[in-house]
Design a protein around this ligand. Structure first.
Ligand SMILES: C[S@@+](CC[C@H](N)C(=O)[O-])C[C@H]1O[C@@H](n2cnc3c(N)ncnc32)[C@H](O)[C@@H]1O
Length: 237
């Protein structure tokens, strides 16, 4: 999906039903646990930028840890949901505002950590690089980001019967999508995520001077993808 389409995708019903559709899933719970773990390097009082903050799924965790938080998102409806959660919390130091991840209106190195979950797979390789560059700019030291990788067929097939099942399922999913697209006018087609090749992502990290400090596999997708959460450290370039 391009940035323009993405900027209006999470409004109305998509925003209102966002948590209810996702929160009971294993993926969501594993992400929560993993982010909790990756944030352990930060002391109480640390400043965190969460963009896109969405419905504010991590606000309670930030409060538990005593962080100072800035949540930014391009969707007013998602921010409204986040504000609802913030109102329920007692004393979290948090500002919520509209912003585009490509032009974050904060100064260089303003936050101890910049976090971005469930975003980088909605943009192409160029969008991935632009977003990471901006997150890096506003972070003093850490980035925490989620990226879903496309696993090459060779690696899937080397993984025994499970790998073979994932390989076949991916091709069935691709086939189903192509058939559906064939019969659906372009403006009505369902949005698709971008499955970045791991090599491209690792190359982008190193190009931007971002070292992997920790990485966790969140899930082996049934569609032959691997979803990772990374904690990255800024290196001087
Ligand atoms: C899949 S949701 C992820 C929200 C949250 N991080 C989570 O894990 O639930 C994607 C979010 O990206 C936001 N978004 C889309 N384009 C954006 C942009 N250019 N800048 C900032 N946020 C954007 C959407 O409004 C939506 O809230």
């Amino acid at each position: 999906m391009d940035f323009q389409a993405l900027s209006t995708a999470y409004t109305g019903e998509a925003a209102a039903g966002y948590d209810a559709r996702r929160a009971p899933t294993t993926k969501w719970l594993t992400e929560d646990e993993t982010v909790r773990d990756l944030l352990r390097v930060l002391p109480p009082g640390a400043s965190v930028l969460d963009v896109p903050v969405g419905t504010g799924r991590f606000l309670e965790l930030y409060q538990e840890r005593g962080f100072k938080v800035a949540g930014r998102d391009i969707s007013p409806d998602m921010l409204r949901a986040a504000q609802g959660k913030l109102n329920e919390l007692d004393g979290l130091d948090c500002s919520l505002d509209l912003a585009d991840i490509r032009t974050i209106p904060e100064y260089d190195g303003q936050f101890d950590c910049a976090l971005s979950v469930r975003f980088l797979n909605w943009v192409d390789a160029r969008g991935l690089e632009d977003s990471l560059r901006e997150l890096r700019r506003v972070s003093k030291r850490y980035l925490i980001v989620g990226v879903r990788h496309w696993v090459p067929p060779r690696d899937l097939l080397l993984n025994g019967p499970k790998g073979l099942r994932r390989f076949l399922r991916r091709y069935l999913i691709d086939l189903r999508r192509s058939v559906r697209d064939w019969f659906t006018p372009r403006p009505l087609r369902k949005a698709r995520t971008n499955q970045h090749e791991r090599e491209v992502v690792l190359h982008t990290f190193s190009k931007l001077g971002l070292r992997i400090d920790a990485q966790h596999l969140v899930e082996h997708g049934r569609d032959g993808t691997d979803y990772f959460l990374y904690r990255l450290v800024k290196e001087t370039v």
